[in-house]
Design a binder for this molecule. Structure first.
Ligand code: MG
Length: 211
């Protein structure tokens, strides 16, 4: 699984009334609630890759980021980052571009407080946990995360191109719909049987039946 992870407003809530706590590595501390939720998600999904989307992503190397996470209680084995955002792309465009240029066959979740992500195509938006900047990630998001994980299990099979919204409707057939299909199959079967029987009959001029 992939987690597109933002930091400000997600791991570190933006409390305008309070100076953020900066740890000795020079980076802001994470909220304990956000750490706890992410710890649980990582424990549940051992093969998770975190992809940093935060605007701070280029400030540190990936190995430095791993240490930053570790110091805040998160062991992240697989850590990647979106490319440098050199031309002021919105978070939405950054994620869509990354997705388009990488061949992804894994489930994913986007955890971010950036409202531009509300305009993501449905396929992506269905996997978005949009946090409130002032509160960040907390236990209230747990159920939504579980829901996304439970519903995206078939993603490897139903992989769709980035610009296509593709809806799988799991609704059971109604009785009337079932009847239409059954009738069609029956009629088709009868048609084939008649055709087969016809094929077994030798043209009249020869006057014999094939056995
Ligand atoms: Mg943010």
């Amino acid at each position: 699984m992939l987690i597109f992870l933002d930091i400000d407003g997600v791991m570190a809530p933006a409390k305008s009334w309070q100076r953020p706590d900066i740890l000795e590595d020079g980076f802001v501390d994470f909220s304990s609630k956000a750490v706890s939720v992410l710890q649980d998600v990582l424990a549940q999904n051992a093969d998770t890759t975190i992809i940093l989307t935060t605007s701070h992503k280029s400030r540190f190397s990936l190995s430095q980021w791993k240490i930053i996470f570790e110091r805040r209680g998160l062991n992240v084995n697989k850590l990647e980052s979106l490319n440098d955002n050199t031309n002021f792309q919105s978070r939405k465009v950054e994620i869509l571009n990354w997705y388009a240029s990488n061949d992804i066959h894994e489930d994913f979740i986007i955890i971010d407080d950036d409202k531009s992500l509300n305009d993501l195509p449905k396929f992506y938006k269905d996997r978005l946990i949009l946090t409130s900047s002032l509160v960040g990630l907390n236990e209230s998001h747990w159920a939504d995360i579980q829901y996304i994980l439970a519903n995206s299990k078939n993603m490897a099979i139903f992989h769709e191109p980035p610009d296509v919204d593709f809806v799988v409707d799991p609704r059971p057939l109604s009785v009337a719909e079932e009847k239409v299909i059954t009738d069609f199959i029956r009629a088709d079967k009868e048609k084939r049987t008649r055709k087969d029987q016809k094929a077994k009959i030798i043209p009249k001029s020869k006057g014999n039946l094939l056995v």
